[in-house]
Design a protein around this ligand. Sequence first.
Ligand code: PGA
Length: 327
Amino acid sequence: MALSLTLRQLQVFEAVARHRSYTRAAEALYLTQPAVSMQVRQLEQQVGLALFEHVGRRLYLTAAGEEVLRLARSVLQQVGEAEAAIEALKGVRRGRLTIAVASTANYFAPHLLGRFAARHAGITVSLDVTNREGLLRHLHDNDVDMVIMGRPPEGLDLEAEPFMENPLVVIAPPDHPLLDERPVPLARLQEETFVVREPGSGTRIAMERHFQAHGVRLSTGMEMSSNEAIKQAVEAGLGLGIVSLHTLGMELELGRLVVLEAESFPIVRHWHLVHRRGKRLSPVAAAFAEFVRAEGARALPLPRLEVGTRRRGGGRRHRNRRDGARS
Ligand code: PGA
């Protein structure tokens, strides 16, 4: 016959066994002694054997009592662990944050996560860096808390909030002749070869859409699947590139690349925090979304958008520029 023990019976029995006394167990559990006796009696009935025996004035466990005590302790321990885990899930203290970001967002996402994790020391973070196609898969499979991407896709039922600008700029090596043209007419860009991102990339799609909207046909040369590769290729003179300003901090500082002042640029896009509509965010995920909303853009200043021009003496000077097209 299957046992149908209750947790309460096991708790009471364990207390009596620990204290070797009904009276002390009752005190510890804030119960009356008859209530304790009744719980133990019911448990004994379930088991079909006596669990305690009195020898003289002392209370001892029977062999069956020892067995049930082992069971009781193991069950109560597991219940305690489950309770702790559930408590942790309710709070931000020990949760897990799973996010996926566009390859280009990788230039700021770790900083964002670092700041967030510094405030919530117990959390663990899992970050998948992938291109737009990979992000669409994550959204479709609903297997991450949220996604950071450029333009959210149409067709999936999503919640998407923009939180920071993502300007796309035209980059060139510092000795490029187009540095002398300000602004560089879009038609003039048609004569250049561009090193472009892979077809699944959000940057690539935005770039193509932008040129198409302006009736410009670009000649694309090499295709590369990372921003780093594009920057290296442009630096090596393999063509011009179009990348997010987020990717450029160091190269601009060191003067290894320059931003061309091209007509209708920068293409101003935005980063979005995206998840499936109606998704129940865990406390950690909700706290992260709140953090990004409140501080995302402030915590992550973009590199200064500087447009390089050549000085007469061959050197370069920079000037700030903030106008551009929206897309
Ligand atoms: P990606 O960037 O080019 O790295 O895919 C995503 C985006 O800008 O949408």
